[in-house]
Design a binder for this molecule. Structure first.
Ligand SMILES: Nc1ncnc2c1ncn2[C@@H]1O[C@H](COP(=O)(O)OP(=O)(O)OP(=O)(O)O)[C@@H](O)[C@H]1O
Ligand SMILES: [Mg+2]
Length: 447
């Protein structure tokens, strides 16, 4: 504004004033018209061109996404022999990027040609008029040179203005996606009077909870249960029945539609999210590690902890011996999302990480599903001793891992259909008993 736009505007004003006062008003009229035409043309064409710029940006990020996605999932690409398919998809996106980039460039040339033409016509008209004036003796040769100098002086910064305006519009278009990202609302926000969680054992209560991710498909219906402080609750049920969703709700990743979830009597919507999440430790169903060392990945549970506590946690998760057997030990890099570790190793790193956090409430979502029976049994014994007197929530498909829970809940299509201890449920001879019998006959798990 200060060095380009303002001086140009002042200059235009002064030159017009001089032309108006010293010479025939036709000079000022032509100058003003040329400038107005120039401005209107620049605004209109730049506005029209923005669509190409936007498509270009869109295609650019789409191509980037595709490249990253197919590289991250390179194993899947190979398993399905889909290198050519991926290549083709990438190529198509790049081709549409190319098309819009060419349109972007051609329309820029069009803009420049138009601007040049407008200025040239204006200049030519004025020079013709001035020349005519000299021929007729109304103007001196000096006047002609003066007018010419004025106009050149005027049109150069005008061209520069056009350039600045275009650059600003380009940059704004490039930033649009960032702005829309910044405008995204958080799913859950702390209430203004939210308080830190005051733990008193960590009793969890789901009170008639109903929940859906999308309004047209409800996931949980009237889920109602209490987990007393220091007790152990197991949730079993078919795939997709909403078990992991319960965990996400407890972490308050989403707000429920009706009912309430309380910890030690306080609704989690009244608790500061940081303190809520600090108190709960979860071993999630799908473990994803960071592309860093094993040490870093375990440290992630509590970045302030010491090397000793990391080793203790690794020992509790039965992974220490494995780690030390590696050539690089704790400094071994695990690859993107941990792909250089086996499923069971990843799971044990995740367990170690959660144990390091030392949460008051423990959640295991299929935490040992990727382990062989032998390691599973060993870890479960360890976890049992760690979780004594801690509020614990276990989600499992293998029922043998939940027999000692204080309460077992059977979830089906988002509803609790049975609840009780292992013995009680067996004697009810319903869903749980049937599931148990099935797993026994399959020899699914050898106790
Ligand atoms: N982010 C999401 N958006 C929309 N629907 C979702 C989302 N996450 C899960 N769902 C749906 O919610 C239902 C319950 O999912 P959830 O992960 O809780 O199942 P689950 O009981 O843990 O199953 P599993 O035993 O296979 O892990 C599923 O039908 C799933 O399709
Ligand atoms: Mg799940």
């Amino acid at each position: 504004m200060i060095f380009n736009i303002l001086p140009t505007l002042v200059e235009i004003g002064l030159v017009t004033a001089i032309l108006l006062s010293q010479y025939d008003s036709i000079f000022a009229l032509i100058t003003t018209c040329t400038i107005l035409l120039y401005i209107i043309y620049t605004l209109a064409v730049t506005e029209w061109r923005m669509r190409f710029r936007r498509t270009m940006n869109e295609m650019d990020s789409k191509a980037n996404n595709q490249a990253i996605d197919s590289l991250l999932n390179y194993e899947t690409v190979k398993y399905f022999n889909n290198e050519t398919y991926e290549l083709q998809r990438y190529d198509e996106t790049l081709a549409s990027w190319e098309t819009s980039a060419i349109k972007n460039q051609t329309s820029l040339s069009l803009l420049n040609i138009g601007q040049g033409t407008i200025i040239s016509i204006g200049l030519t008209l004025l020079m013709l008029l001035a020349g005519q004036g000299v021929v007729e003796g109304e103007l001196t040769l000096g006047d002609l040179v003066l007018i010419n100098a004025f106009l050149l002086q005027l049109y150069l910064p005008l061209g520069f203005l056009g350039f600045v305006y275009r650059e600003i519009r380009h940059s704004l278009a490039d930033m649009e996606r960032m702005f829309s990202l910044l405008e995204q609302k958080e799913e859950t926000i702390d209430r203004q009077n939210a308080i830190p969680l005051k733990l008193n054992g960590g009793a969890i209560k789901f009170d008639h909870v109903c929940f859906h991710y999308d309004a047209n498909r409800s996931i949980l219906h009237d889920v109602d249960f209490t987990l007393e402080a220091g007790k152990k609750l197991a949730i079993v049920g078919a795939s997709g029945s909403g078990k992991s969703t319960l965990v996400r709700l407890l972490f308050r990743f989403y707000d429920i539609q009706s009912g309430s979830i309380t910890i030690d009597g306080t609704d989690i919507r009244d608790i500061q999210q940081r303190s809520l999440r600090q108190a709960i430790g979860v071993v999630p169903q799908d473990t994803v590690l960071f592309n860093n060392t094993i040490y870093h990945n375990i440290l992630y549970g509590d970045p302030t902890s010491t090397k000793e506590s990391i080793i203790t946690a690794a020992k509790q998760a039965h992974i220490h011996d494995f780690i030390t057997s590696l050539p690089d030990g704790y400094e071994t890099l695990v690859g993107e999302r941990g792909l250089k570790l086996s499923g069971g190793e990843k799971q044990r790193v995740a367990i170690a990480r959660t144990l390091l956090k030392q949460p008051h409430i423990l959640i295991f979502d299929e935490a040992t599903s990727a382990l062989d029976s032998h390691s599973e049994k060993a870890i479960n014994q360890q976890l049992q001793s760690i979780s004594t007197n801690k509020t614990t929530l276990i989600i499992a498909h293998r029922l043998s891992t939940v027999v000692d829970a204080d309460t077992i809940i059977v979830l089906e299509h988002g509803r609790i259909i049975e609840r009780g201890t292992h013995q009680e449920l067996l004697s009810q001879r319903q869903h749980y008993a049937a599931m148990w019998a099935l797993q026994q006959t399959q020899g699914h798990h050898l106790k």
